[in-house]
Design a protein around this ligand. Structure first.
Ligand code: ADP
Ligand code: ADP
Ligand code: ZN
Length: 216
């Protein structure tokens, strides 16, 4: 099963991707996580990407396309994958189509998680992420059992540099302009499924599962 999770920043893509990984055993491919790893490791790519990320802008297409192309060729993607946060522009979607064609694969479903701007802002300013394993929490909606400590691995929780209100609003604007056109792109291909992302985490996961039944 090959999936794309689409939706504005803070819509719950990462949270749902992790639940899908647990249930279906296919890997999550998060370009955001891969870019943050590159930043943390201080690679050239990371240094370049950080400028865009801190400003709430998209990293150039050719950079993320290169990362995804490499990742999709890894053996663990044979049984399927979940793209989280990619594609984010029409050129990225076109590049993905080309890559998949070369690999003899195709996308089964694009899950579009719909959440309005005000809710997205509330979610992101209170998001906390684990430095060690990448688990995601929310101080109010999904708090860790112990303050600042990851339930799963005990790692330290931190607030991402780009999870400040001003940057979130900028990222939402970028989403509207550059990413939302993908909804129509995938609708035309007949593989788009809309999900109401304002429900709680378990309810959203149930709705996604109902869609995924067809593909397993
Ligand atoms: P969120 O989960 O809040 O939507 P991400 O972790 O997906 O955020 O992305 C964080 C930042 O990383 C983006 O604002 C952007 O700068 C960069 N990024 C992630 N994925 C892409 C992509 N597919 N294309 C361009 N930039 C990306
Ligand atoms: P994205 O990957 O789309 O940026 P995340 O999965 O990181 O989104 O979720 C953003 C924030 O909202 C996190 O703090 C997460 O715990 C919280 N969250 C995710 N899904 C829901 C939901 N359905 N209801 C309330 N909060 C949620
Ligand atoms: Zn952790």
């Amino acid at each position: 099963m090959n999936l794309i999770l689409l939706g504005p920043p803070g819509s719950g893509k990462g949270t749902q991707a992790k639940l899908i990984v647990e249930k279906y055993g296919i890997p999550q491919i998060s370009t955001g996580d891969m870019l943050r790893d590159a930043v943390a490791q201080g690679t050239e790519l990371g240094k370049e990407a950080k400028k865009y990320m801190d400003a709430g802008q998209l990293v150039p297409d050719e950079v993320v396309i290169g990362i995804v192309k490499e990742r999709l060729q890894q053996p663990d993607c044979e049984k399927g994958f979940i793209l989280d946060g990619f594609p984010r522009t029409i050129p990225q979607a076109e590049a993905l189509d080309k890559m998949l064609e070369e690999l003899g694969k195709n996308i089964d479903a694009v899950i579009n998680i719909q959440v309005p701007e005000e809710e997205v802002v509330k979610r992101i300013v209170n998001r906390r992420s684990c430095r060690n394993c990448g688990a995601v929490y929310h101080l109010i909606y999904n708090p860790p059992k112990e303050d600042n400590k990851c339930d799963k691995c005990g790692g330290e929780l931190y607030q991402r540099d780009d999870d400040k209100e001003e940057t979130v609003r900028q990222r939402y604007k970028v989403y509207k302009e550059q990413t939302e056109p993908l909804v129509e792109y995938y609708e035309k291909k007949g593989i788009l499924y809309n999900v109401d992302g304002t429900k709680n985490i378990d309810e959203v996961f149930n709705d996604i599962n109902a869609i995924l039944q067809k593909f397993t």
